[in-house]
Design a protein around this ligand. Structure first.
Ligand SMILES: *Cc1c(COP(=O)(O)O)cnc(C)c1O
Length: 233
């Protein structure tokens, strides 16, 4: 695995370096670089950095709050063919309709009530939307996600009761644990449920995630530098 690098000021340069590292990690374990999608996580980043990435040809972006995404992305989306937007934060049930107007992929299906609402609303959406189930691999009480022991039944219910066509699994490993264990767990849970896509790996561990089969890595600070603090509200 290559040495970590400090992101520079220019998001386009960071993008080139990260893409190179994605290719190297994929190739090193016999995977195709094109099987790994880089989601640029733009939450609390200034617009000029987003534009620098767009200018460099990047089209895949992630946000974790619907409101913030609605402030930023509709205009860009209208002007940018091929844009792909990923919702990677918690989704409120009463915001599903709005979220489906903006996002192409939801990474945070984490409860049956949300599954039911997604199924209802997706019936009125005429473009493909992909769904990932978020798994709480570290079984942390403050984190959302389905517990590993409940996952197989949850997936079965989503499929049988709501006819949801699931795409894959997503996890956010605990900050102070070795992420590899969580990546391996997610990979195995996906395989036994017939799911091919894995959303895992962030700035600090995306290369490792790729060796465990990540198909979607979510990278923010390494691309664009530190984020603004959350505004107190
Ligand atoms: C913010 C965020 C990321 C990106 O984290 P970085 O460490 O900045 O790369 C990835 N996934 C989720 C769910 C996030 O909220």
């Amino acid at each position: 695995m290559s040495l970590p690098f400090k992101p520079g000021q220019d998001p386009a340069e960071n993008l080139a370096e990260i893409k190179k590292r994605i290719s190297q990690s994929a190739t090193a374990c016999g995977r195709r670089p094109s099987d790994v999608s880089l989601i640029a996580v733009t939450k609390r980043q200034p617009l000029h950095k987003i534009h620098a990435l767009l200018q460099a040809g990047h089209r895949v972006f992630g946000e974790n709050r619907l409101q913030e995404a609605q402030d930023k992305w509709p205009d860009i989306r209208d002007q940018t063919p091929g844009l792909e937007l990923h919702m990677i934060g918690a989704l409120q049930t009463n915001k599903v309709r709005e979220a489906l107007r903006l996002f192409d992929v939801i990474h945070t299906l984490d409860r049956l009530k949300l599954a039911r609402r997604l199924a209802d609303e997706l019936a009125h959406v005429d473009r493909p939307v992909e769904l990932f189930v978020q798994v709480n691999t570290g079984e942390e009480s403050q984190k959302s996600g389905i517990m590993p022991s409940d996952l197989d039944q949850f997936i079965a219910q989503c499929r049988k009761d709501y006819q949801l066509n699931l795409t894959g699994l997503m996890c956010l490993p605990p900050v102070n644990e070795e992420p590899a264990l969580h990546f391996a767990l997610l990979r195995d849970m996906a395989a036994r449920n017939g799911l091919t896509q894995l959303s895992m790996g962030m700035s600090s561990d995306f290369e490792k995630a790729i060796t465990f089969g990540a198909t979607h890595v979510r990278v923010g600070t390494l691309l664009m530098g530190e984020r603004k603090e959350i505004a107190a509200d």
